[in-house]
Write a protein that binds this ligand. Structure first.
Ligand code: NAD
Length: 418
């Protein structure tokens, strides 16, 4: 990981690359590259010992031309204003790539949640929800989980919002527990789209995913579900990793058993079925058919990209490649299915959750998965059509060309007022 590349600058470069293939004025291009507003707030939270600790928190609302702002809330020490701005922008273009009627937002607090008790995290999350209350709402801005947040935090935010508003509004947040209005299939959705997108890309390359060897970096929600589902299609998972390191077996191993080991011990490292332990950089440069970065931004920089030996990358994480890595991989003819399509299953099933919340009518898991499959396959077709029609250098630029045009169309239909 480089830690040096600013993800907001990466986002802006990705937009510039695509805009060069579209007819866009300079002013509008600037508009497409910057958030509409960013909330930066300081939360005073009581700790278990009675002391008060102050936490910085952010929410960026990047663009609402296509619908309410939408995007997760991250708890991680690396969270900062520019990261949140970048993540909110990627949400805009992700929702547009898959054609769901949302804009983009993102929020975060720079903490390591492992350092706090559950009751401290609850007070912190409810305090953040109180600050967010004027900005969020079922038709305004709809948060969701991201790194180190999940159903528990979403339930707290929903409850705080509903209590303060004296109403029921399950659609104010997605990624909730099923009993609090969550959707079947949401937990698996990000991994599922990462796999569907990889399967479509292999098919585009006249190959079959069931023959693939696979390495997955990051073994949280996005990574481990990707490993499980790709194995269900017959592929061989040979390596996985988390923040403590990686494991490798030439003949593959059972990704579900590796997850059980992580649940019991806190890491995949030490998993008895694996032949050897490897570093995260080793994993990213393995000679596999499919590489899935599913941890954080900037996992692969330009130097590491020179060493990448995979044929196909499906980005479960947001922003795992720096722009320099993208250039190197394009040059090396490595196919990259970009984050704004590959991991869009999460926000797509969040959208289904919101639709179900608004209708108070809930779908079966089979219906959720079928609808998701259709949306990702159609989006992949739109991407390859743009790739071929505009003769674009790679799939990322193709996805942005499609997405930017959709945002522009919505903006132009509405007109620039006041
Ligand atoms: P998570 O907290 O469930 O898991 C993160 C995993 O990454 C953990 O296993 C952690 O150990 C590992 N990790 C952290 N730093 C690492 C490092 N330096 N090297 C290797 N592994 C490392 O988070 P998640 O929800 O799975 O999110 C992962 C990525 O997927 C993020 O980029 C997130 O924005 C993206 N994403 C998630 C969703 C979703 O629905 N969960 C949707 C879209 C995109």
């Amino acid at each position: 990981m480089t830690g040096e590349t600013n993800p907001f600058e990466s986002l802006q470069e990705q937009i510039d690359d695509a805009a060069a293939h579209l007819d866009i004025s300079e002013g509008i291009q600037t508009r497409l590259k910057n958030p509409e507003r960013v909330l930066e707030t300081n939360l005073s939270v009581e700790m278990d010992d009675g002391s008060i600790e102050v936490f910085r928190a952010y929410r960026s609302q990047f663009n609402g031309d296509r619908g309410p702002y939408k995007g997760g809330i991250r708890y991680h020490p690396g969270v900062n204003r520019d990261e949140v701005k970048a993540l909110s922008g990627w949400m805009v273009y992700k929702c547009a790539t898959v054609g769901i009627p949302y804009g983009g937002g993102k929020g975060g607090i720079p903490i390591d949640p492992n350092e706090y008790s559950e009751s401290e995290l609850e007070r912190l999350t409810r305090s953040f929800a109180k600050e967010l209350r004027p900005l969020i709402g079922e038709d305004r801005d709809i948060p969701a989980p991201d790194v180190n947040t999940g159903q528990r935090e979403m339930n707290w935010i929903k409850d705080t919002y509903e209590t303060l508003e004296n109403t029921t509004a399950p659609g104010v947040i997605t990624g909730k527990d099923i009993s609090s209005g969550g959707s079947a299939g949401r937990v698996e959705a990000t991994g599922r789209s990462t796999v569907i997108a990889a399967r479509e890309a292999f098919e585009y390359l006249d190959r079959d995913i069931s023959d693939a060897t696979v390495a997955v970096q990051g073994y949280g929600n996005a990574g481990w579900i990707t490993a499980k589902l790709v194995a269900e299609l017959g592929a061989t998972v040979v390596a996985v990793s988390d923040s403590s390191g990686g494991i490798y077996s030439e003949d593959g191993f059972d990704p579900v058993a590796a997850k059980d080991h992580k649940r019991e011990t806190g890491s995949v490292v030490g998993f008895p079925q694996a032949d050897e332990e490897i570093s995260n950089d080793d994993l990213l440069t393995l000679d596999v058919d499919l590489l899935v970065p599913a941890a954080l931004e900037n996992a692969i920089d330009g130097d590491l990209a020179e060493e990448v030996s995979a044929d196909l990358i499906s980005e479960a994480a947001n922003g795992p490649l720096t722009p320099e890595a993208d250039d190197v991989l394009t040059e090396k003819d490595v196919t990259v299915v970009p984050d704004i399509l590959a991991n869009a299953g999460g926000v797509t099933v969040s959208y289904f959750e919101w639709v179900q919340n608004r209708q108070r009518f809930y779908w079966s898991e089979e219906k959720v998965n079928d609808e998701l499959e259709g949306i990702i396959v159609d989006a992949f077709d739109d991407l390859t059509t743009a790739f071929e029609t505009h003769d674009l250098p790679n799939f990322r630029t193709a996805a942005y060309v499609v997405a930017i045009q959709r945002v522009l169309d919505a903006y132009e239909q509405s007109g620039n007022w006041p």
